[in-house]
Design a protein around this ligand. Structure first.
Ligand code: SF4
Length: 313
């Protein structure tokens, strides 16, 4: 490596460093702003609960370690729907991905305090969808129908005038409309659904596309690809049910061998001893503590060094 070649150390020292495994970190890792705020809100409320039971509506974020921490350290419970609330002297925190409008109203009607930790970017999509329906558009949401964010978006408006399109069959089922507008789940790419644009545009008189794709996930994919092109193996740290993490895994696989790891224990099972360069990236719900643990493990087990440490030598 160029940097090592410029070092003033003895030749023996140079070759020792040259043989060390290097770790390259992607430019954007750890929580995104939406997740960071939601976790902070949950921790603050749990700490100052005034004897109230704290629930999160769905998993606050898609990271099992954070959910365990909230559960074990602060007694925060997760509910799947409004009917799961057993204690009325409680506070319900709405997850980062948001929830159906009707569900939030149902909880409020029971006199239970609701704190909305939905990511501001997702809230913006809720507002867009509501406005589009008022303008007479039939709304198509491109994304995974089972994903909490998509469920929340669909649940903002009259279900007769909105539909999720995930497959070609979903698109075929939509009848001719006067006006169709399309929005996206925040973590998909435009290319994922480009196949649906022309068929849907043919089914209406007026057609609109609003790219409600989160910039954070787009740049994270770009930075991860940059690293993946340079390393022997990528480690993508993040929840198994995290859409944006799965997307990073798929994308990194185009360039190099890639492991999707949810926990550090999974990393410990791998034998990476033959590798020279390892890249690390994370989903938007992965705390920095997990990255630090991964680096620590690679340092202890393989004597690895962070690339920035080679520059500092
Ligand atoms: S990835 Fe984007 S939309 Fe999703 S929580 Fe983070 S900032 Fe919000």
């Amino acid at each position: 490596m160029e940097i090592l070649g410029k070092m003033k150390d003895s030749n023996g020292r140079k070759s020792a460093l040259r043989n060390k495994m290097k770790i390259l970190l992607s430019n954007e890792i750890g929580y995104c702003y939406g997740v960071e705020d939601a976790v902070e809100i949950a921790i603050q409320i749990a700490r100052n609960n005034n004897g109230k039971k704290i629930y999160t509506y769905g998993y606050i974020i898609h990271n099992p370690e954070t959910i365990n921490l909230l559960q074990k350290q602060y007694g925060v419970a997760t509910i799947e729907n409004a009917d799961d609330i057993t204690e009325t002297n409680s506070i319900v925190i709405i997850r980062t991905h948001g929830a159906k409008k009707g569900e939030i109203e149902k909880i409020r009607q029971r006199g239970i305090q609701v704190v909305d930790a939905t990511c501001p970017f997702v809230i913006k999509t809720h507002r867009i969808v509501t406005a589009l329906q008022k303008e007479g558009f039939f709304v198509v949401v491109f994304g995974k129908s089972y994903h909490p964010e998509v469920i929340g978006i669909l649940g903002q408006v009259d279900l007769e005038n909105i539909s999720c399109v995930q497959t070609k069959e979903d698109a075929e089922k939509i009848d001719w409309k006067l006006k169709i507008a399309c929005v996206f789940q925040s973590t998909v790419t435009f290319e994922d659904f480009s196949w649906a644009i022309v068929p849907l545009a043919r089914k209406c008189y007026e057609f609109k596309i609003i790219k409600t794709i989160c910039e954070v996930t787009v740049t994270r994919q770009k930075y991860s690809a940059d690293i993946a092109k340079e390393v022997d193996t990528m480690l993508v740290l993040g929840g198994m049910n995290s859409s944006n993490t799965k997307k990073l895994v798929e994308m990194c696989k185009n360039f190099t061998k890639t492991h999707h790891l949810e926990t550090i224990d999974e990393l410990k099972q791998l034998n990476l001893s033959s590798l020279n360069k390892i890249g690390i990236t994370t989903g938007t719900s992965t705390p920095m503590s997990v990255v630090e643990e991964a680096i620590e493990h690679l340092k202890i087990k393989y004597g690895a060094i962070l690339e920035e440490e080679t520059i500092a030598i």
